[in-house]
Design a protein around this ligand. Structure first.
Ligand code: GCW
Length: 711
């Protein structure tokens, strides 16, 4: 019935730019502190949910919601014992019913804001709020979005607006942020803060995202020019009350860019072990820090897909990462060094390459006797699987075996390989599978060690790391709904929730999101959650069933191209499918490429044997004979065809189910999703038909005739 936020504007966070203005006519507003943001969220959220104005007042009365920290709030000081606050850490919060009112408290203002969103979520999901005692603290410190601005953004950019199937690389104007370089016209927007930036900030903060890398890892040096830094500082100011720190992707050889003259280096000076290189980056990072005091650090894609890196100058990834790390360490910044490397000289099998490059660096014994060469303010940032964000991959073996290095996991929220902005694919179950995958570490007698799941590696507990990080490749673009497909929002939501607590159940997350987004009606919620929960597995089934990797056509990564052989073998569908008269799939067992040996022995043994390899990963590890008997009793060929068909049937079922929900959904969004589902179904059929027809030219077998599985 009322909102109490004491001292909401007493301690506004640092403002570098005083002249920020919001977009004329916009509906968002700039706030100067996290508590002010919390107060506004409550006023807006409660007002909308209760359909009446809820007053902001100074005195606590029954029914009030009080938000604060021990510093800001007398109520928190007197009603929340400090031992309870001590357990929350810097970002955790509690929500507690106290004598007829509700207290939302954290040790920091941002934590109190997280608690506010948590409280609103309880209301939105119709949870009882009379006797609350919720305690929440994140398991992982850095919960970041990497927004690849114009690349792989399927959320309302110029290219994807042309039609459902044109996905892929967006035009220059796709970026959500529009900065101006010197000499460019002033029609670029910052320091006018667009409504959209605040909407994004609120969306990210509402699920606990606290870092935002705003540019592509295929980085442009403009992002570290003074003109851009000034605008990034304005953006950072606008995002800061929401607890979001900025980060940037950089090019390793930026010091040689003549645009930075006279402060430039020659190629010979890009020696990461020496002062010229390190000092250059210290100077640049200092320039950024002066504008953005809480700037988080740099992300580096080095020696990967044409990006420059230390190997171009005779050094390895460890040298490069440590050189950058030393440069920014005095400024309290960190380096996220990506491990997405696949130099073809390293090994024939692309999946083996990254571990072969990074593994020895992690193993190296240091002068002080410790292991691992990579500095402590570095994270190696590793995709969940060893290839490249395919709909299902085995977990990357690096997580288990790179024990002496801080590791960040990189998940792809933007749906590059999972239907882009056309297909409805809820990725929560995929990430749940990833976090819960056991790395298979054993003790000396070969017994499986407890708590060695990927989630335990990432939250630091398994390998004893203090710094922890989860990164999601973002899907925030210029579409009205921010993410392109309405259901793609569920992936941003699920990512944030799981980055906060990887043990959360993806179905519960889907349930929350559905209630918060579509309806509180129980049948509607039930049906939508059911659609979501099987949607990812259906994409796997009609695109890349039974562990076949990367069957996408070359450019847009949306349509099938199983017959394609490109100049680069490791970009070619034929390299991954190895289709021939014998069977299908890439043999990476001990008798094949030997990739399986990059896992701990307990897993390696499992993957080496076609009989013990999980069927959903089968073709990642084996060239499976067409007649191989599957668990269902069917020959592999039949099972394969059934999987494609099952995937398509699921989409048909989703389309029909959605149609049945029309009366309980708002007309506009219902219609938008309906149109997407129609295209989705047609495209799923295209995947099935093209792939099955192509595989049949190798198997020479008849199409299976019975009706296939019933579920
Ligand atoms: O999946 C591939 C994408 C590239 C991307 C690369 C990477 C940004 O197709 O667009 O580059 O991964 O992760 O670096």
């Amino acid at each position: 019935s009322s909102i109490v936020v004491e001292n909401a504007t007493a301690d506004p966070v640092h403002r570098h730019t005083d002249d920020l203005t919001v977009e004329p006519g916009g509906s968002e507003k700039l706030v100067t502190s996290s508590l002010e943001a919390a107060r506004d969220e409550l006023a807006r959220g409660l007002g909308a949910m209760l359909d009446t104005d809820v007053p902001v007042v100074d005195e606590v009365s029954p029914g009030a919601v009080v938000v604060g920290t021990p510093d800001s709030s007398e109520v928190v000081r007197s009603e929340v014992p400090s031992r309870d606050l001590d357990r929350l850490g810097p970002e955790g919060y509690l929500i507690r019913s106290v004598r007829g009112h509700t207290v939302v408290a954290g040790n920091t203002e941002v934590a109190a804001l997280y608690g506010t969103y948590g409280f609103l979520r309880l209301l939105q999901t119709s949870k009882p709020i009379e006797r609350l005692n919720e305690v929440e603290a994140p398991k992982v410190q850095d919960r970041w979005i990497d927004n690849w601005d114009v690349e792989r953004l399927y959320a309302g950019n110029a290219d994807t607006d042309k039609g459902p199937n044109t996905g892929g690389l967006a035009g220059e104007d796709g970026s959500i942020f529009d900065f101006a370089a010197t000499g460019e016209s002033a029609d670029k927007n910052l320091p006018v803060i667009l409504d959209r930036y605040i909407t994004v900030a609120r969306a990210l903060a509402s699920v606990g995202i606290n870092g935002f890398n705003i540019n592509n890892v295929n980085a442009k040096n403009t992002y570290i020019t003074p003109e851009y830094i000034e605008q990034e500082a304005a953006l950072a100011d606008a995002l800061r009350p929401y607890g979001i720190k900025l980060a940037l992707s950089i090019r390793y050889d930026a010091p040689t860019d003549q645009r930075f003259a006279p402060d430039t280096l020659t190629a010979e000076q890009l020696d990461p072990t020496k002062a010229p290189f390190r000092d250059w980056w210290t100077r640049r990072a200092t320039m950024i820090k002066e504008a953005i005091p809480d700037f988080a650090g740099f992300t580096v894609k080095a020696n990967s897909e044409g990006q420059p890196g230390p190997q171009d100058f005779g050094f390895d990834h460890g040298d490069g990462a440590n050189g950058m790390a030393a440069a920014v360490e005095p400024l309290g910044m960190q380096i996220k060094w990506r491990t997405f490397v696949y130099n073809a000289d390293v090994d024939e099998d692309r999946l083996k390459r990254a571990y072969l490059e990074f593994g020895p660096i992690d193993d190296e014994v240091q002068p002080d006797g410790s292991r691992g060469r990579i500095a402590d303010n570095v994270f190696l940032q590793t995709k969940n699987g060893p290839l490249d964000f395919q709909a299902r991959e085995p977990v990357n073996p690096m997580f288990g075996r790179m024990e002496n290095t801080n590791q960040a996991i990189e998940l792809q929220i933007t749906q590059e390989y999972t239907g882009q902005s056309t297909m409805l694919a809820y990725l929560g179950p995929m990430w749940q599978e990833v976090f819960n995958a056991d790395t298979g570490a054993t003790d000396e007698s070969g017994r499986l060690l407890p708590k060695r799941k990927v989630g335990h590696i990432i939250d630091g507990t398994a390998q004893g790391h203090e710094r922890t990080s989860i990164v999601g490749v973002g899907n925030l673009g210029n579409a009205d709904n921010l993410t392109g497909h309405h259901f793609s929002q569920s992936n941003l939501f699920a990512f944030g929730r799981m980055a906060w607590d990887w043990t959360l159940d993806s179905r519960k997350i889907a349930d929350d999101w559905t209630r918060m987004t579509w309806s509180g009606d129980s049948r509607t919620v039930h049906e939508i959650v059911a659609m979501m929960m099987g949607s990812w597995e259906s994409v796997v089934s009609y695109q890349t069933p039974l562990g076949i990797g990367h069957q996408f056509n070359a450019d847009i990564h949306y349509e099938p191209g199983p017959e394609e052989t490109l100049a680069r073998p490791d970009w070619s569908p034929t390299y991954y499918n190895q289709a021939d008269a014998v069977g299908l799939g890439y043999d990476r067992s001990a008798s094949g490429s030997g990739f399986s040996a990059q896992y701990f022995p307990s897993l390696a043994e499992r993957f080496d044997d076609i009989e013990t390899t999980p069927e959903n990963l089968l073709m990642w590890f084996h060239h499976v004979p067409w007649g191989h008997e599957m668990n269902s009793g069917r020959p592999f060929w039949d099972e394969l065809v059934y999987r494609y068909q099952m995937g398509v049937q699921y989409v048909t079922w989703m389309r029909r189910t959605w149609d049945s929900l029309e009366p309980s959904l708002d007309a506009r969004r219902f219609g938008e999703v309906r149109a997407k589902l129609a295209q989705h179904e047609a495209d799923a059929e295209m995947w099935r038909d093209e792939c099955v027809a192509y595989w049949q030219t190798f198997s020479g077998r008849e199409m299976p005739t019975d009706d296939g599985p019933t579920s």
